[in-house]
Structures are given as structure tokens and as C-alpha cells.
Design a binder for this molecule. Structure first.
Ligand SMILES: [Zn+2]
Length: 111
């Protein structure tokens, strides 16, 4: 009997946690603030609960450059280091940028 009561309570707690998760998902923004289906819910003493979420941090916010070609990563490279942004998403390290430039020139010669 005691076990059954405990089970009902756990089930109810699970439903309540699920309601908080659902509300948190509504408050989230795709690709910026996301909540997992099994996110941890922490009930506090204030009316409400904390729901664990993922915050997206873009490289620009940290000063990290990552080469899309060779995956080299550098924290705060100086501006004159030769990193090249080829569009909003693609960044090339100095070596890959140089290679891309050479390939472009070769391509011009062949056509
Ligand atoms: Zn590279």
C-alpha cells in the first residue's frame, strides 16, 4: 500500500516536471536556448522551478576563430593573423585561405 502511494506521488512529480519542461520549451528559441526532453527540473522554495537548458554561444562572442577547412581553432588571434571570413558561416585559417587563393588562380589559368 505504501509503495503504491509512493508510486502515485512519483508519477505526479513526473507530470509536474513535464509541465515545467513544456513551458520552458515554449520560452526557448530554436538554436539559441533549447530544453532537452529529459531536462533536469529543480523545484525551489519560490513559486516556480529551474529547468536545465542549453544556451548557444557563437564563436564571435568568445573571440574564437575556427577554420572550416582544417578545423584549426585559435582563441583571440590578432586581426593581422590572416584569418579570412569567406561568408557569414565560413572562416579560413591563414594557410587554408592561401591555398584557396592559389586554387582560385590555378582555376583561372585552366579556364
Ligand atoms: Zn585551415
Amino acid at each position: 500500500m505504501e509503495n503504491e502511494e509512493q508510486l502515485d506521488q512519483d508519477e505526479q512529480q513526473g507530470e509536474i516536471a513535464e509541465a515545467y519542461r513544456a513551458a520552458a520549451k515554449e520560452m526557448g528559441r530554436d538554436g539559441e536556448l533549447e530544453v532537452d526532453d529529459n531536462a533536469v527540473v529543480s523545484f525551489g522554495s519560490d513559486p516556480g522551478a529551474y529547468v536545465a537548458a542549453w544556451i548557444w554561444v557563437p564563436n564571435e562572442a568568445v573571440g574564437i576563430k575556427r577554420c572550416d577547412s582544417c578545423e584549426r581553432t585559435e582563441l583571440n588571434p590578432p586581426d593581422e593573423a590572416g584569418w579570412v571570413e569567406t561568408c557569414d558561416f565560413d572562416t579560413l585559417c591563414p594557410e587554408c585561405a592561401e591555398e584557396a587563393k592559389e586554387d582560385e588562380v590555378k582555376g583561372d589559368v585552366q579556364t
